[in-house]
Design a protein around this ligand. Sequence first.
Ligand SMILES: [Zn+2]
Length: 174
Amino acid sequence: MHGGLAEAVRPALAELSPSLQELAHCDYVLGADPIFIGLHAYEDCGDGRTRRQTAHACWPHPFHLRKGEPPTVVLPSSREDIAAGSVSRAQITLEHEHFHIIDWAVFSRTGKWVADWVDLPVVSDYAARDKQERFACAGQRYIFPERTDWGQVLSRDTRRFFDAFSEQGLAVFG
Ligand SMILES: [Zn+2]
């Protein structure tokens, strides 16, 4: 691995259609503790994990970032598989976070999260947490359908929605 975690960003973006890439536009904090570097102060993930060591997406109001900062994907290096240098694992995690940024972009422009617009399946236990995770997990599943070791396979309707969203971007909601 030459470029470290940064090497995972380009292939993760490349899996997204141009319309989704546009919505996923964000900054990255890779291999660093976001609280130590002053990005935000929300350590508790609400499930016993700390955001110092957990991949996450943060976006402006009403969430994480200081005024004026762009939405940001944070990928600390402390998760074992990522610390061990698995770019492909990092890429799958990044894709999940990209879908959170995409969801935020939809919310900031339409006032609704993607899951408010469309019925989305709960593809995993984690996806059951809230509507943001429902979308991010389904999006991740859409991009990596061949990964059968986690998450349910998407229905044809859900794949159709993601195909249309990939093609049309925000226009799919209007
Ligand atoms: Zn998530």
